[in-house]
Design a protein around this ligand. Structure first.
Ligand code: NOJ
Length: 581
């Protein structure tokens, strides 16, 4: 027998999934689509082969026309570009390669006119080794002496000391680099040119307080916080336990228990959140958001929302479940489990987000396969909360995995050499945006672009998709429009695996005594290449006998606006549809 002691906590845990969200006004960031622009590859306004800030400004209308109201830009700050902008040498100035501070201010102004929010990349874990702080730290010039993680190394007779410990860089090889000037090693968890800052030094944290204030004053609507869970290391820099002994130079060599996810990290995030909120309140601004980037397990990821005593931290941590936990081989039960698990683990009252890809991960069209593009896009757009779209996803851009070693630029690929670079390099997902089938895919007038254009551009580009009767782009635009309806911005959520192949969920608002009158939309996704017959009532018992098709994928045999029976509905191969009343 199930007693109340069991039932009540269960109901509380399911509360988020089952209870309708009231129709209160949502803040701008809670339901928006964040369009990630990788500026190097978006649009080149000055013909040097590299995309730039003015290129983003030139394409703002494209964002607006697509229904995109917010964009986050990968770094455009001064940088020697060893890690393509994630090695910052001056956090307060735009790199000449991308333009000027005036160009960025113009972008803020033009975006504001169109109602588009601009979010900047904030890179607190490390700087470039060309940053003034590092140059001075290397020379032990105060107050910079302890801005970075320095260590004399382990004694080695009369020779240069050995590296301090067994930590390896994410980009392959030891995480320690010897400095002839300082006669010590410095820590770099990423490229050699990206020394890790010392977050046990309060002065370092204060530098970043000022950087946040500087960009808020210029008009930034938010910050994407890079590699946040790498900010702290254990104080005594001890060895990490061995994980995979096969390759002692690979990042997987150790378990990262002393270099990643340290509890101190969350305190700094909370401090920056408070600083941002205070600044917003003092200046009467709209909400400025903080979204954190951390590849961490679910428990450590959820801690980015708030402290145990409820003090807010990030507005949200990126939800990488669709990148890390779901794959082309996942079945409908896997989708249900992973999505419900995320929602069920969120602290109550917090806002989620969904991400299919970014500049660090293979493109989702390549990971899930071309046939599943519409289905995955539909999920992203109709699940509760915010959605994050990486530029090019909206036209189904795929990885250019066959890029030659000579053309490869990414240190994560280059460090592995010509025989092993291919699967580690992130360049395949960073190729220039395919605007049209003209010269350099309409991206640049340069003789050579910084990365080659994906050879498939002639058959897959924005213009062609805008002109086609049906296309991935048109599907995205329609889905972005649909997600602005109240049932998606405010509706409750319940999911179902109909069988191995069909995943579905309902969004509904419970506001009538007669529940059959409540507004609802059902999202149905066939993950397989076979036709499937499903009964909508198995998911949502209050569905009417017939429903209207609100959205239909390229593969669909249904027309938008058609009225269909909800009992025994046939979904064609890979078909993805939304039905509703
Ligand atoms: C995460 C960024 O997304 C990635 O591109 C970069 O290489 C590392 N952080 C280091 O900044």
């Amino acid at each position: 027998m199930v007693n109340c002691k069991v039932v009540l906590p269960l109901l509380a845990a399911l509360g988020y999934l089952l209870v309708g969200v009231t129709a209160q006004q949502k803040d701008w960031w809670e339901t928006t689509v964040f369009y990630q622009i990788y500026p190097r590859s978006f649009y080149d306004s000055n013909g040097d082969g590299v995309g730039d800030v003015r290129g983003v400004t030139a394409k703002l209308q494209y964002l607006k026309d697509s229904g995109l109201d917010a964009t986050w830009l990968s770094p455009i700050f001064s940088s020697p570009q060893e890690d393509y902008g994630y090695d910052v040498s001056d956090f307060l100035s735009v790199d000449p390669l991308f333009g000027t501070n005036a160009d960025l201010e113009e972008l803020f102004a033009e975006a504001k006119k169109l109602g588009i929010k601009i979010i900047l990349d904030f890179v607190p874990n490390h700087t470039s080794n060309q940053h003034e702080w590092f140059i001075k730290s290397e020379q032990r010039i105060e107050p910079y002496t302890d801005y970075y993680i320095w260590h004399s190394g382990r004694p080695n007779g009369n020779d240069r000391p050995l590296v301090p410990n067994n930590w390896q860089s994410l980009f392959y090889g030891s995480a320690w680099q010897w400095s002839d000037i300082r006669q010590q090693y410095y820590l770099h968890q990423f490229a050699v040119g990206q020394p890790d800052l010392n977050y046990r030094n309060e002065a370092v944290i204060k530098e970043f307080d000022d950087i946040l204030r500087f960009w808020m004053a210029k008009g930034a609507s938010g910050f994407r916080v890079d590699a946040v869970n790498h900010m702290f290391e254990v104080e005594d820099l001890r060895d990490e336990p061995i994980n995979n002994p096969d390759d002692p130079f690979s990042y997987g060599y150790t378990h990262h228990i002393y270099t990643k996810d340290l509890p101190e990290t969350y305190e700094v995030v909370g401090r920056w959140r408070k600083l941002i909120d205070d600044y917003v309140a003092a200046n009467g601004l709209e909400t400025v958001i903080m979204m954190t980037e951390a590849y961490a397990n679910l428990t450590m990821t959820m801690k980015f929302y708030q402290s145990d005593d409820g003090r807010p931290r990030a507005h949200f941590p990126f939800n990488f479940a669709m990148i890390e936990d779901l794959h082309d081989w996942s079945n409908a039960y896997d989708f249900k489990y992973i999505i419900d698990r995320w929602l069920g683990n969120m602290p109550s009252g917090k806002i989620t987000n969904w991400v299919l890809g970014n500049h660090d991960k293979p493109r989702f069209a390549s990971r899930y396969g071309r046939d599943r593009i519409d289905g995955m896009a539909l999920m992203l757009m109709t699940l509760p909360g915010a959605a994050v779209v990486y530029n090019g996803e909206e036209i189904g851009m795929e990885d250019f995995r066959d890029m030659s070693f000579e053309d490869t630029r990414d240190p994560q690929g280059c460090n592995l050499g010509p025989n092993n670079y291919k699967w580690a390099s992130r360049d395949p997902q960073r190729t220039p945006f395919q605007w049209d089938n003209g010269y350099n895919a309409g991206f640049s007038s340069a003789a050579k672009t910084w990365l080659p254009i994906h050879p498939q551009y002639a058959g897959n580009n924005l213009r062609q998709q805008q002109e086609a009767a049906t296309s991935t782009y048109k599907y995205y635009v329609a889905a972005i429009k649909l997600r602005k309806e109240r049932v998606f911005t405010h509706g409750a959520f319940e999911s179902r695996a109909f069988n191995d192949e069909v995943f579905g969920f309902v969004r509904y608002i419970h506001e009538n005594d007669n529940r059959y009158l409540d507004p609802y939309n059902v999202v149905l996704i066939n993950l397989s290449g076979y036709s499937q017959k499903i009964y909508v009532h198995h998911l949502y018992e209050f569905a009417s006998e017939v429903a209207t098709v609100k959205l239909a994928s390229k593969q669909s045999s249904y027309n938008v606006g058609a009225v269909v029976s909800t009992a025994g509905l046939t979904l064609g191969p890979y078909e993805a549809v939304v039905l509703g009343n």
